[in-house]
Design a binder for this molecule. Structure first.
Ligand SMILES: Cc1cc2nc3c(=O)[nH]c(=O)nc-3n(C[C@H](O)[C@H](O)[C@H](O)COP(=O)(O)OP(=O)(O)OC[C@H]3O[C@@H](n4cnc5c(N)ncnc54)[C@H](O)[C@@H]3O)c2cc1C
Length: 401
């Protein structure tokens, strides 16, 4: 292994997971985050059985279980009529049995982040640097140099761009322009349990599907908090992240929907807004000693709730190939993207389809409800999600012939 460290740019969920996964394989890692402190903003994250497998590999199961909650069902309701369209009993024994014993969970982003951060801090070989903005890199053949704001250049054996949707590493590596602005915006808020009327509190992930809108709610932190995400098609589609929203536009967009929806929206004083973007799937996102991971590589709309799940899978797969190749980085990166591009592309594409289904209007909305309605007496159908929740087989070294 090179005496030079692995450089990770970006200390979000993907960057921390990558640092941890690689350090557990014996790499020395230097991570650079532009933020003034390593922290994650509020709101909830759903965790599929696929990512619980990754937590097991990373030795995080116990810490995650301390903070995550397990909803009984994923429920979809029609936001105009209130009728239940479909439900998936993700809290059932049958679900766990189907997905190799792994559960479905929800967690506060800050808690997930903290679990990863503490694991990185406890892991030998990781150096975490804050207030360090990466500007560009140079692949020098046998090493890579990362230039930080302020002029400093750091040398490493390789560079992993975990710098999110607006990745600078991607811009230099692939030069494929800006992400696609979907025209959808998400408003997110977290309520205290006491602020939620009893009749609106339930241990389910509920999605109210309305024309060009949807509202999702679920309890977090073992029921102390209630997570709300309201999504709608907006005319205000400026690029941005972590912006305070316009409650008037939000209320107007949901005005025709069920009283349950309105009552929850009324509970919120401060919403934060995200302009939702993705990209067309890429076949390659590595060159030489530089690669991408997480949203930098395959940004997705959040309608399958899998962006962070994919970033963590990426990290585990990348580290596994590193070990297999003896940390020959060019080879590692090639194997890693070969293993990841189709799965992550499927998440990108299917997320768009799910968004269309959630936001259907008119006859399409009625058809959606008919198609998704379970046959009377039928057992829950987990197979439709098997491609995703079955997760991945981890790469193993081929025995020498
Ligand atoms: C409304 C909404 C709901 C979602 N719900 C879910 C869900 O339920 N489940 C799920 O799995 N996913 C969900 N996601 C997606 C998930 O949040 C992202 O996919 C995930 O955070 C991506 O992680 P990342 O580390 O790749 O990128 P990011 O989280 O964007 O992290 C990138 C990091 O890099 C840093 N950075 C950027 N540029 C530089 C630079 N030049 N120098 C140094 N540092 C830099 C940033 O400050 C940031 O810390 C949701 C997203 C949204 C918008």
């Amino acid at each position: 292994m090179s005496a030079l460290p692995v450089l990770v740019l970006g200390g979000g969920i993907g960057g921390l997971a990558a640092a941890l996964a690689l350090a557990k394989k014996g790499c020395r890692v230097r991570l650079y985050e532009q933020g003034s402190e390593l922290k994650e903003i509020g709101a909830g994250i759903q965790l599929g059985p696929n990512v619980y497998h990754m937590f097991e590999v990373l030795g995080l199961t116990e810490a995650i279980e301390r903070w995550s909650a397990h909803p009984h069902n994923l429920v979809m309701r029609d936001a105009l009529t209130g009728e239940e369209v479909t439900r998936l009993p993700v809290g059932s024994d049958a679900f766990r049995q189907r997905f190799r014993g792994y559960p479905y969970g929800v967690i506060h982003r800050g808690d997930l982040y903290q679990v990863l951060l503490e694991a990185c801090r406890a892991q030998a070989g990781i150096e975490l640097n804050e207030k360090c903005k990466g500007l560009s890199f140079e692949d020098r053949g046998d090493r890579v140099a990362l230039r930080l704001e302020g002029g400093e250049a750091i040398e490493g054996a390789c560079l992993i761009g975990c710098d999110g949707l607006w990745s600078k590493v991607r811009a230099q590596l692939l030069g494929d322009g800006k992400p696609r602005v979907s025209g959808h915006v998400a408003y997110r808020a977290v309520l205290q349990r006491a602020e939620v009327p009893d009749d609106l509190w339930q241990n389910n992930v509920v999605l109210w599907a309305g024309p060009k809108t949807h509202l999702v709610h679920y309890p977090l932190r073992r029921g102390e908090l209630y997570n709300l995400v309201a999504v709608f098609h907006s005319d205000k589609v400026e690029e941005g992240w972590d912006v305070y929203g316009d409650p008037e536009e939000l209320k107007r967009k949901f005005a025709d929907e069920r009283p349950e929806v309105q009552r929850l929206l009324d509970k919120i004083n401060v919403w934060k807004m995200w302009v939702l973007c993705d990209r067309e799937p890429a076949r390659r996102w590595s060159k030489g000693r530089v690669t991408l991971l997480g949203d930098a590589a395959h940004p997705t709309l959040q309608y399958l709730a899998q962006g962070a799940n994919m970033a963590i899978e990426d990290a585990v797969v990348l580290a596994a190939y590193g070990e297999i190749t003896g940390f020959e980085w060019e080879k590692t990166f090639r194997l890693y993207e070969d293993a990841r591009y189709k799965r992550t592309a499927r998440v990108q594409i299917m997320s768009r389809y799910y968004g269309d289904a959630y936001h259907a209007a008119g006859v399409v909305r009625e058809l959606r409800n008919d198609i998704l309605a379970p046959a009377p007496g039928a057992a829950p159908d987990f197979e439709a999600m098997a491609w995703l929740y079955d997760g991945i087989a981890l790469p193993r070294a081929q025995p020498n012939r």
